[in-house]
Design a protein around this ligand. Structure first.
Ligand code: ADP
Ligand code: 5GP
Length: 225
């Protein structure tokens, strides 16, 4: 049978399945720096969280966070608008469920800078899509130095964050990857490699392989990508 015009135009899926890349760490280890760099290089969506924390001096509404009142946050919890939410360092933080759903529906990768409680929730809800990466400081002394030189928080807040670092570190075993952020460029190249490799797993590219098999079985030329 001669394949008709339509069969020859058979197209392959041009997108693999989207993934959810979670980056967590003790405060000050560098996860925000690394996450922003990755979002700057690749076409992936940074999930802007909602928080009841006060904005820091150079933070921008809607870019760093959606800063909301406690009352508004509570309304959103009631309305099931969060994929996950948690209390971290005394403030409320939550991930928009609509952002995750629309990313997955559109085959867009999504990046989360969230704590271990959020990471565990994302994994529970989307076990096949989630990739969990934990950023470690090279030492606790360096973690303290970074928190102090960042100079974005009052000293009592820094003390609280340092005290919490121990608790956060105990959760490293729930993560797929550990990246030590000593030299920033080296840590970034490791995170980048993890992200690129995660996009190549079989499960994320299964539809493409299946489409190729169908084309091969039909005996028609491989269609346009
Ligand atoms: P987190 O988001 O984990 O709280 P940040 O990304 O805000 O941490 O980084 C904390 C501070 O440490 C920032 O001032 C940042 O510029 C700095 N920093 C990040 N990575 C490194 C690194 N590899 N070496 C030195 N300073 C770093
Ligand atoms: P910061 O106040 O320094 O921006 O963030 C404090 C902590 O809250 C960090 O560990 C950060 O990853 C975490 N965080 C930010 N957004 C969310 C979120 O939406 N959910 C959860 N669970 N944690 C978040």
């Amino acid at each position: 049978m001669i394949p008709d015009e339509k069969n020859e135009e058979m197209t392959l899926p041009d997108k693999r399945r989207g993934l959810l890349l979670v980056i967590s760490s003790p405060s000050g280890a560098g996860k925000t720096t690394l996450a922003r760099r990755l979002a700057g290089e690749f076409d992936l969506r940074f999930s802007v969280s909602y928080t009841t924390r006060e904005p820091r001096k150079d933070e921008v509404q809607g870019e760093d966070y959606q800063f909301v009142s406690r009352a508004r946050f509570a309304q959103m919890v009631e309305a099931h608008e969060f994929a996950e939410w948690a209390v971290v360092h005394g403030n409320h933080y939550g991930t928009s469920l609509a952002t995750v759903n629309s990313s997955l529906a559109g085959g867009v990768d999504c990046l989360f800078d969230i704590d271990y409680q959020g990471g565990a929730q994302i994994r529970r809800l989307w076990p096949e899509e989630s990739v969990l990466c934990f950023v470690l400081p090279p030492s606790m002394k360096e973690l303290e130095r970074r928190l102090r030189q960042r100079a974005t928080d009052a000293s009592d807040v820094i003390e609280r964050r340092l005290a919490m670092a121990h608790e956060e570190l105990t959760h490293y075993g729930e993560y797929d990857y550990l990246v030590v952020n000593d030299n920033l460029d080296q840590a970034y190249s490791k995170l980048r490699a993890i992200y690129v490799a995660a996009g190549c797993t079989r499960i994320r590219n299964d539809a493409l392989a299946q489409a190729l098999l169908r084309e091969a079985a039909a005996g028609v030329p491989v269609g346009k990508r």
